[in-house]
Structure formats: structure tokens, C-alpha cells
Write a protein that binds this ligand. Structure first.
Ligand code: HAX
Length: 432
């Protein structure tokens, strides 16, 4: 069903991008400053996607909808439950809010693909148990590449440029379908009895993950759905999405591209912030032998800052207000685990840290980001902190594979920015 809807939409979007490239291509849209050339290309408008957009004040918009809007509007399994992840995938892929039938059609497509092949399990089992979960995750993704639809069709010369998106979507559905089983198996291998728990045929993507993790309660099912929806996408310029986009622009398939993206996510400046934020909050709790008072939290925060460190979970490169993903998690925690001492510690942090960061005067955004709360929730249900980046990656697969499908649909070319030497930059600066 998803493929038929995309097939109707793709030609119009191909024409739109062709127009931008051919008729409007010489329009200048920005000036490049040397600070950006030597500063990680921060803020340069050099990528295009219609799947998501981060507004500095209202946060992430998925296909134009804010977090509160999608949590309200996406179809849900039942009253008071979190939406089907399949509905979010429909929205990301098509741009349209799905009916319940459309959301369930994605869930059905995933169910048909959800089992983890024996050889992928064998690849994980061949690794030492102390291997990092993200290494296992990346290996597992690459191991599934043998089942790519795209790779053999392309190798056999059977694909026209305008048709590349179809088998990319096939790969996207296969990969995203299998990832919950891969993640849960890695968890079992590292922290459990090492057995593979097959997916439940009656459960949706989010609930199935909870089931395979052995955390099959209504609350954790809902947390899983919420967690994956909130982590699904954050534009295409962030390091993991951009890495996957770059790799896929060479026409390396979705498996190669997503594995590369997950290697980027594994870096401490990207996907590890949730662990650091949790560790920091636990540190405050342990230091004061209980939930800190606001005064104690303030002193703890200044100790961190005076030691030249950042306060994890606060600040953002783009956002200039409290991250709506943080707010959604906060409300979930307030409703489901108000008596958790860790949540109470996070509440004191929320009360105190923005003021401290404002006094400190460096951070452009003193407000909490999603990572200030995501680890708190997982820790409450006993999930091991080293695994949080895999959870992040599982959610992010939804956005990244949507970007890849659409990049192939509109025929974005291989990426090749230009580099210059420092001498050239110094000369340009002297002449400016
Ligand atoms: N605590 C202390 N200082 C902070 C700070 C924080 N939480 N956030 C920013 N600053 C400092 C920066 O280190 C920088 O200092 P210098 O001038 O000495 O280099 C200054 O304030 C200006 O930084 P900025 O422009 O406001 O922020 P950046 O765009 O450079 O960085 C970060 C954004 C998210 C990396 C930053 O806010 C940070 O390090 N926060 C803590 C770590 C964190 O929570 N990371 C997760 C972000 C969410 C995410 O994207 N996850 O994937």
C-alpha cells in the first residue's frame, strides 16, 4: 500500500527538484563564512529534505506537524495509548497523516519481515560478549545486506535512475522490520540468557520490541512507541542521518548506508549524550544521598561547570527553547513514574539548571534537550545504559530510511563538496 501511494507522488516531486536544479539553480541562498568552513559546516543550508524540520523554538516538525500534534493525530491501538510507530512511518514516507488502516498496513508489512535470520544471529554470537552494543548493532545491519533487493537489481543493470526508490523502499521496510528483533537479540546476548525470542505475530512494532526485550507491560509498550516516535528524525544534517545520506548518495544500498550512519551515532558527541545525562543525574543523587534540594543541585551544576565540563542534557545546536521531545517524555514520566527518585532528581534539574546556565552565560540555549529525560525513563525499567544508543538508532532508522527513499526518488546526486587549503582561506580573508 505504501509503495502504491509513493508511486503516485514521486513524479510530481521529481519535477519539483528538477525545476530547482535546472530553472532556479543559480539563485544564491546563503553566504559561506570561514568560521563555517573550519567549523563543521554549522548552519550551512546545503541539504534538502521535506521529511522533517527543526524550528529553534517549536522543535522538530515531522512533515510539518509538531510533536504534540502527531501524538494527538496519529492512529493509536486504543484509548490513552501511544500511537502506532507504523503510522509515523507512513507520515514520514508519504507526507500524509495516515488512517488507522494505513498505519496498520505498515505494521503488517513489518510483521512479514520481522524475524531475524539465523546467519545474523550467528554473526552476533561470533563476537565476544563484551563487544559494545553499537558494534553488534552495526555488524548485524551489515550481515542483513545479503537480503537487499536493491543491490542485485542494480548490479544486473535492471534499474533506471527514476526507479531507484522502489527497491530502496523494499530495503527500508526489510531493515526497519527486522531492527527491533536485532536490538532485542543483542540485549539478550549481552545482558540476558543469550536466547533469541521470536517476534509475536499479533503485536505492533513498538509493542513487539517490549515483548522481545522481556519488558512486556502496557507501560513499557507505550514507552517504546513514544521513544521510537520521538527519536525518529531530526532533519538530515545531524551526523548519523547525514552520514547515511552521503553513503547512500554513492548508490551503496540502505544496509551499507544505515550501518555507516549508526557508526556516526556511536560517537560520544552524538548518540552517547543520553547515557552521560543519566550518569550526571545519578551522580547528583548519589552525592547527596537522595533527591537533591534545589540548592544542592545548583552547587552540583556549578562544580561541573567550574571543572570545565558541560551539563549533559542541556543546550542544543539548533533549539532555543525546551525540546518538545523532552516535554513529551516529562509528561509520560509524570503520569507513569512520579514516585521515581531519578525522575524527581531530573525535575529538580529542570527547575535549577536553565537559571545556572543563564548565569554562566555561555550556552546559547540553557533549556533541556531530549537526552535529559530519555535515559531516566529507560533506567526506570531496568534497561542497561550502554544500550541506549541502540534504542536511539532503532528510532532513527525510521527517519533515515525515509530520507534515503526520497533522496533516490528525486534523484539527488552523489555528494561532493569542495575543500580548499588554509592558505587559500587566509588569502580570501585578506582580500575581503
Ligand atoms: N553546559 C555547559 N556549557 C554549555 C552547555 C551545557 N549544557 N551547552 C553549551 N555550552 C557551552 C558550549 O560548550 C560553548 O562553550 P565554548 O564557547 O567554551 O566552546 C558555548 O556554551 C556555546 O555553545 P552553544 O553554541 O550554545 O552550543 P553548541 O551548538 O556549540 O553545542 C551542544 C550544542 C548540544 C553540543 C551543547 O549544548 C552541549 O554540549 N550540551 C551538553 C551535551 C548534550 O546534552 N548533548 C545532546 C544534545 C542533543 C542531541 O543532539 N543529541 O543527539
Amino acid at each position: 500500500m505504501l509503495k502504491q501511494v509513493l508511486a503516485q507522488k514521486v513524479p510530481e516531486w521529481q519535477a519539483r527538484v528538477r525545476k530547482l536544479a535546472k530553472e532556479l539553480g543559480e539563485t544564491p541562498i546563503d553566504t559561506v563564512h570561514i568560521r563555517q568552513t573550519v567549523g563543521g559546516m554549522r548552519g550551512l543550508k546545503v541539504l534538502v529534505t521535506d521529511i522533517s524540520y527543526v524550528d529553534p523554538y517549536k522543535g522538530i516538525h515531522f512533515r510539518g506537524y509538531t510533536i504534540p500534534e502527531i501524538l494527538e493525530a496519529l492512529p493509536k491501538p486504543g484509548e490513552g495509548e501511544m500511537p502506532y510507530v507504523g503510522g509515523l512511518y507512513w507520515l514520514l514516507m508519504t507526507g500524509d497523516l495516515p488512517t488507522k488502516e494505513q498505519a496498520l498496513s505498515v505494521e503488517e508489512a513489518w510483521k512479514e519481515r520481522m524475524s531475524l535470520p539465523e546467519e545474523t544471529q550467528a554473526v552476533i554470537r561470533a563476537m565476544p560478549k563484551d563487544t559494545h552494543p553499537m558494534t553488534l548493532f552495526t555488524l548485524g545491519i551489515l550481515a542483513m545486506r545479503n537480503d537487499s533487493t536493491f543491490a542485485p537489481l542494480y548490479a544486473e543493470g535492471k534499474l533506471k535512475k527514476t526507479d531507484l526508490w522502489g527497491p530502496t523502499l523494499d530495503d527500508a521496510l526489510l531493515l526497519t522490520g527486522r531492527l527491533p528483533a536485532l536490538a532485542a537479540f543483542i540485549y539478550s546476548y549481552k545482558y540476558g540468557d543469550g536466547s533469541y525470542k521470536a517476534p509475536h505475530p499479533d503485536l505492533d512494532w513498538g509493542a513487539n520490541f517490549a515483548y522481545m526485550m522481556g519488558l512486556d507491560t502496557p507501560v513499557y509498550r507505550n514507552l517504546s512507541r513514544l521513544y521510537f516516535i520521538l527519536h525518529s528524525d531530526h532533519e538530515v544534517g545531524n551526523a548519523s542521518a547525514h552520514t547515511a545520506h552521503l553513503v547512500n548518495s554513492t548508490l551503496a544500498d540502505v544496509f551499507y548506508a544505515f550501518a555507516a550512519g549508526m557508526s556516526a551515532l556511536a560517537g560520544p558527541l552524538h548518540g552517547l549524550a543520553n547515557q552521560n545525562a543519566l550518569r550526571w543525574l545519578l551522580g547528583a543523587y548519589e552525592k547527596y544521598g537522595g533527591v537533591p534540594t534545589p540548592e544542592q543541585m545548583e552547587a552540583y551544576a556549578w562544580d561541573t561547570l567550574n571543572a570545565g565540563q558541560v551539563i549533559p542534557g542541556f543546550g542544543h545546536a539548533v533549539l532555543r527553547a525546551t525540546d518538545p521531545r523532552y516535554k513529551a517524555f516529562y509528561e509520560f514520566a509524570e503520569a507513569q513514574m512520579a514516585d521515581s527518585v531519578l525522575f524527581q532528581t531530573a525535575q529538580v534539574a529542570y527547575q535549577v539548571i536553565p537559571k545556572v546556565l543563564q548565569e554562566h552565560g555561555k550556552a546559547k540555549n540553557p533549556w533541556p534537550n531530549v537526552d535529559a529525560m530519555s535515559g531516566v525513563l529507560q533506567k526506570h525499567f531496568g534497561v542497561e545504559p550502554l544500550f541506549y544508543t541502540v534504542l536511539f538508532g532503532l528510532g532513527r532508522s525510521l527517519g533515515i530510511t525515509s530520507h534515503l527513499t526520497w533522496a533516490r526518488a528525486v534523484g539527488l546526486p552523489i555528494e561532493r563538496p569542495k575543500s580548499v587549503t588554509t592558505d587559500m582561506l587566509l588569502e580570501m580573508a585578506a582580500q575581503a
